[in-house]
Design a protein around this ligand. Structure first.
Ligand SMILES: C[S@@+](CC[C@H](N)C(=O)[O-])C[C@H]1O[C@@H](n2cnc3c(N)ncnc32)[C@H](O)[C@@H]1O
Length: 466
């Protein structure tokens, strides 16, 4: 067989992907990992050369092509798409690549098809992602498997993970590219807890928005099929086309949600805030949720500015705060005291007992500390546009101290009156940040770390660098 160069093969794979119908791609979760990323992942995993490696949803075989190039000989691949498999076969000279439904069939059947007498050493790849619905199903009568998948979030990639547990030998490695929101979305909790309690999480590599045409962000989750009480998870980030190690976090630290800390400093600040303070949900026991008014007079998201409104005065009395529901990392929280005004659906509303407490919380919401917390620990470091929904707000740490409470309320009142975004307005924002840091016992070094991070994320418009 004439050997096709990696570059040429990469073009063949890309062209095939481009030729596919959008609906077919969506239903089968088709988006191929390019050769460059597949190579970096394979080198990063550094599996022993004798390993039996399987990519159960291999597409055009990009991972396997790279594995072969790196000298692995025992490589196996399957995919439900016959055409993709015929391309993979042309490039990788082996009989071990098959058209096969690896989500619907059980592990024994799959291994038999490859003449393998036992589970494999390593499972790699990028399984399909698609919510299981009426038109996207798994073709199996295995009720318990389907039930597990359903109870863990009903997605094809969840099915692929469970299937991998059956195909892998003890101590073997599973490394899959999966959606980043697997780490924190509530519906995936059952599988997440199974992994935290029964597998060793070797590493999590945050590849962010590597796949430009795929919704959301992705991670490479690498597990070992064993359990170790004192395991540390290594957290990596894909930065400037390199895989960079950020820190290690004990696996036992996580009980359900897995936060992707970006540095030791972030981890330390998180532990400090978690250990000491009560949450927004403990203090703010009134309504927290979307506005519901359909009236023409209802305030909508774009009417709100930081601490005021575009076209109306800030009310003096009442007990509501309005927050733009769409959150952008560049601008941070945009909210105002709203008294008894009405809000439409693009607004998040919270109510509290009195006007003073509303203004106090409003002050905290606009602080660097709050926006830092929200981005890193509520949105799990996703830089995509998020929403200020109740489930995120309720996680915010909220501390109230006698010596700063009234000062913060009065700074907020000043910010409502001063000319919007004037020099004095920015000076007041600085004073607010000082008071919040003081209230939360944030050290000078921690403050520098937070301010620097926020400055690099927020747009220049929100800094008054004179
Ligand atoms: C995200 S693509 C990744 C392909 C390949 N692993 C890569 O990284 O380039 C997911 C693949 O899963 C395949 N697939 C979807 N459902 C499958 C099933 N039930 N059994 C086997 N493969 C399946 C799709 O055809 C597609 O090629």
């Amino acid at each position: 067989m004439i050997k096709i160069s990696l570059e040429h093969y990469s073009c063949i794979s890309k062209n095939y992907e481009k030729s596919l119908n959008a609906g077919f791609k969506k239903d089968n979760g088709i988006f191929y990992t390019d050769i460059k990323l597949a190579s970096q992942i394979m080198e990063f995993l550094s599996l022993p050369k004798k390993s039996i490696i399987l990519d159960p949803c291999c597409g055009t075989g990009n991972f396997l092509t790279v594995a072969k190039e790196l000298g692995y000989e025992k490589i196996y691949g399957a995919d439900i798409d016959k055409c993709a498999i015929s391309l993979a076969k042309k490039n990788i000279d082996t009989n071990n690549i098959r058209t096969l439904d690896t989500l619907g069939n059980d592990a024994e059947y799959i291994l038999n098809k490859f003449n393998l007498s036992e589970p494999v050493d390593a499972i790699i790849g990028n399984p399909p992602y698609a919510p299981i619905a009426k038109d996207i199903m798994i073709d199996t009568s295995d009720y318990l498997f389907l039930r597990k998948v359903k109870d863990s979030g009903s997605n094809l990639f969840i099915a692929a993970m469970y299937k991998a547990f059956d195909l892998i030998k003890a101590n073997g490695t599973i490394s899959y590219i999966i959606p980043k929101n697997f780490l924190h979305v509530a519906s995936y909790s059952m599988l997440r807890k199974t992994i935290l309690n029964e597998k060793k999480i070797v590493s999590i590599l945050d590849i962010g928005k590597y796949f430009k045409n795929v919704r959301g962000e992705q991670i490479v989750l690498t597990l070992e099929n064993s359990f170790m009480n004192d395991n540390n998870i290594s957290i990596y980030k894909y930065e400037d086309c390199e895989i960079v190690k950020k820190l290690e976090v004990p696996q036992s630290f996580y009980k359900d949600e897995i936060l992707l800390f970006s540095s030791e400093e972030d981890f330390t600040i998180y532990k400090k805030l978690e250990g000491t303070y009560q949450k927004f949900s403990d203090v703010c026991t009134g309504y927290v949720g979307r506005g519901k008014s359909k009236s023409d007079k209802a305030i909508v998201g774009k009417d709100i500015r930081k601490f005021s409104f575009k076209n109306i005065e800030v009310p003096k009395k009442g007990n509501k705060v309005f927050i733009q529901n769409i959150y952008s990392a560049e601008a941070g929280i945009i909210a105002s005291f709203a008294g008894n005004l009405e809000a439409g659906e693009t607004v998040t509303v919270f109510t509290d007992g009195d006007e003073k407490m509303c203004r106090y919380i409003l002050g905290f919401l606009h602080s660097n500390l709050c926006n830092y917390y929200l981005l890193n620990f509520c949105y799990n470091n996703s830089k995509l546009t998020m929403h200020t929904d109740a489930k995120y707000l309720k996680k915010l740490p909220l501390i109230i101290k006698d010596n700063t409470f009234s000062k913060i309320v009065s700074v907020v009142k000043s910010l409502e009156k001063i000319e919007y975004m004037s020099d004095s307005w920015f000076d007041m924002m600085e004073a607010l940040n000082d008071l919040i840091y003081q209230t939360y016992n944030i050290s000078e070094n921690e403050r520098l770390h937070i301010d620097l991070q926020m400055k690099s994320i927020q747009s220049k418009r929100w800094h008054n660098d004179k």
